[in-house]
Write a protein that binds this ligand. Structure first.
Ligand code: ZN
Length: 237
């Protein structure tokens, strides 16, 4: 994706956080990567979503050095960079403190896959990381947040579970591009809400059976996907 187009998509994606009710104040950020150029475009720190323009976004090299922009990038940029370096299929990342997903993160609990709404997007529970150690927080808090996410996702395909909950903090969500990372964040918040309600209604709610999880996940993803109007069609009703 060309840099100007990426700036426009990242700007729109950040504004969409507010439109979808995923953020208040400036509690969230979206980034996107141009892998050809090796640069990441991200929301600047502390700037309101209404004031964002494509030109106001911060552009940083994948190695963390500044490239363009007069405004400082989001303080979470080091977390985003670790994830882009570890997972080459990721094209966009969203971080919010959306209420229900953050409740699960604060409870330090995976979000169980109770039903098909969840299974349509996530091939299993949404995992929660371990807590960072005092040394990890003191040494390089945001970079080490990325590292505990990567540690938690070892042996998992990040594109089959495009979200993680950072313990005591909140969700990091990704996708093929910035817009898809926001869409996945909307879905995550909704399934987090549904799962919280399911637990309230039934203390013994069971995970969705494996055969139903596989049926729902695979009808929208992978080589045998058949949902929608053509092979490889996008998700959604
Ligand atoms: Zn945060």
């Amino acid at each position: 994706m060309k840099l100007q187009a990426l700036r426009e998509e990242v700007c729109r994606a950040n504004k969409d956080l507010q439109r979808h009710g995923l953020v208040i104040l400036t509690w969230g950020n979206v980034s996107g990567i141009d892998r050809g150029e090796g640069v990441v475009v991200i929301k600047p720190s502390g700037i309101s979503y209404d004031a964002l323009t494509p030109e106001s976004l911060a552009v940083v090299a994948l190695d963390g050095t500044g490239v363009e922009g007069v405004l400082q990038p989001s303080t979470d940029v080091a977390t985003h960079l670790e994830l882009y370096k570890a997972f080459p299929d990721i094209g966009g990342i969203t971080h919010t403190h959306s209420t229900y997903a953050t409740m699960w993160a604060q409870a330090c609990r995976d979000i169980p896959c109770f039903g098909t709404t969840h299974a349509d997007y996530f091939n299993g529970p949404v995992p929660v990381t371990r807590s960072l150690t005092p040394d990890e927080v003191a040494e390089a808090y945001e970079k080490n947040t990325g590292r505990v996410i990567i540690e938690r996702l070892a042996r998992m395909n990040p594109m089959e579970a495009p979200a993680v909950l950072v313990a005591h903090h909140g969700p990091f969500v990704w996708g093929a591009g910035p817009a898809q990372s926001v869409e996945n964040s909307v879905v995550l918040e909704e399934i987090a809400k549904m799962a919280a309600g399911t637990c309230m209604l039934s203390g013994s709610a069971a995970d969705i059976p494996d055969y139903l999880l596989a049926r729902h996940y695979l009808r929208k993803h992978g080589a045998q996907a058949y949902y929608g109007q053509s092979a490889g069609n996008d998700k959604g009703e």
